[in-house]
Design a protein around this ligand. Sequence first.
Ligand code: B16
Ligand code: MG
Length: 218
Amino acid sequence: MVIKGCIFDLDGVIVDTAKYHYQSWKRLAAELGFDFNEEVNERLKGISRMDSLNIVLSEGGVIVSEEEKVDLCFMKNEWYKEYIVDLDESELLPGVKKFIEQLRKDKIKIGLGSASRNAKSIIKGIGIDHLFEVMIDGNDVQKSKPDPEVFLRGSTGLNLDPKNIIVFEDSRKGLEAAISAEFIPVGVGIPELLPEANFHIQSFENLSIKQIITHLAK
Ligand code: B16
Ligand code: MG
């Protein structure tokens, strides 16, 4: 196994913004008169804003027009943006920046593959955009995860074959996407919640690429 590149998902892998998506959807559900829990939220990870809204509405048994859906997505995103306006390095998940910096020293190419349309502004806002050779987000793709388009555009940008790229993902849909295009998937989070991946990490703290390659090769 030769690792030449790594593509990172954003929410739940680089930054802890998944909690802000959750709070914004919960607020929207409350406005519409129903409750929204973490179990449903788990299904929203990695998918587009509109796909997420459709799940939220069906959970609440609410039917609205396509125009209203656009307005609801806009409203949710305005609340979400209030949370992320002042993001700084403290929102980075433990060890991830150091891990990426070490990869760069090891001449491993770095990409971003996120479903979020806010991804680039978050990465720039935190001041870590210089670490990425390519950034693909929800604005750049036609199809959202589990379609592999976001990662395939990333591999094209890195000029590497998917089989030489590790994809770090905290969502089932994202792992499905990576696997379907023959990237090397690494689940970030609890194995029971991410059964698609054969190998998982809980955090990037004190982690080296050598440790990952050793586990993957088993
Ligand atoms: P936005 P990722 C995804 O980001 C989130 O996991 C998902 O919860 C969110 O709905 C989606 O981005 C769209 O985000 O509303 O900001 O465009 O995990 O693929 O980095
Ligand atoms: Mg994610």
